[in-house]
Design a protein around this ligand. Structure first.
Ligand code: FE2
Length: 251
């Protein structure tokens, strides 16, 4: 099976369209989305529609669930809160109901999906240290756990019998083609595909992961898109200018 893994699209239709076009060149069997489809960007409804059109299995991110009141707006800083209030106004009842129904975790074959951490999906914690990663990998019941939220790509390989992390990849060149060679009986993997619509690793290009479970490979790809168009729409919508500015620098 070949999976496309998208996360943190954040209403950026220009980025999502470029990624989808790139994925059309692959024979993708299943589209997966790790949450934060909306919030920040100017096209929340269109992004939800594109995901639905490809039958993506989607889990809720903090921005998605906050749109429907399942997470308080006081959780967010001022810029995000302003964008969420704007986003709510753009969505139909049906679209909001779709967000309300998103599960916080999902399993698809050998893959477990979550936005923040598997330990406390409802808290939307950021994965920032190895202790959290180990806790998550111990909890994971499938070969791989896929997560988003930090907007930064990451690959971790974990040896379960030894209870230790044996490989960590964060560099783009290394993430472009990762061989998953370990014995599935003893290994667990954690993969963050980075963010489609608001990368924060200094590379403004959209980020997406392709996981081929037959070839046993993970590839995090960067896709250029029309950043200026996305910025223009954010400014025209009256959303905070910072949200447009940051897209150009990938921070
Ligand atoms: Fe996000």
């Amino acid at each position: 099976m070949k999976y496309a893994v998208l996360s943190d699209i954040h209403g950026n239709l220009e980025a999502l369209s470029a990624v989808m076009e790139r994925l059309n060149a692959e024979r993708i069997d299943r589209y997966l989305c790790l949450g934060d489809v909306v919030g920040y960007g100017a096209d929340p409804a269109a992004c939800l529609e594109r995901l639905e059109a490809c039958g993506a299995v989607t889990v809720g991110g903090n921005h998605d669930v906050a749109c429907v009141g399942k997470l308080g707006l006081d959780w967010f800083h001022d810029t995000a809160r302003a964008a969420l209030e704007w986003t709510r106004e753009q969505l139909s009842f049906a679209e909001l109901d779709g967000l309300r129904r998103l599960p916080l975790t999902a399993t698809e074959g050998p893959l477990t999906l979550v936005h923040g951490t598997l330990t406390h999906p409802e808290r939307f914690e950021y994965l920032v240290d190895f202790a959290q990663a180990v806790e998550m990998l111990e909890r994971c019941r499938t070969l791989m756990c896929l997560l988003g939220h930090t907007h930064v790509p990451l690959f971790i390989e974990y040896d379960r019998p030894q209870r230790r992390i044996v490989r960590v990849l964060t560099v783009a060149e290394e993430l472009r083609d990762v061989a998953v060679q370990g014995d599935p009986a003893t290994r667990r993997y954690l993969v963050n595909p980075g963010s489609v619509g608001q990368p924060r690793d200094g590379d403004p290009r959209a980020s997406v992961a392709i996981i081929d479970t037959d070839q046993r490979r993970v590839a995090v790809e960067r896709v250029p898109y029309d950043v200026a168009a996305a910025q223009r729409k954010i400014r025209q919508a009256g959303l905070p200018a910072f949200l447009a500015d940051r897209l150009a620098i990938g921070r």
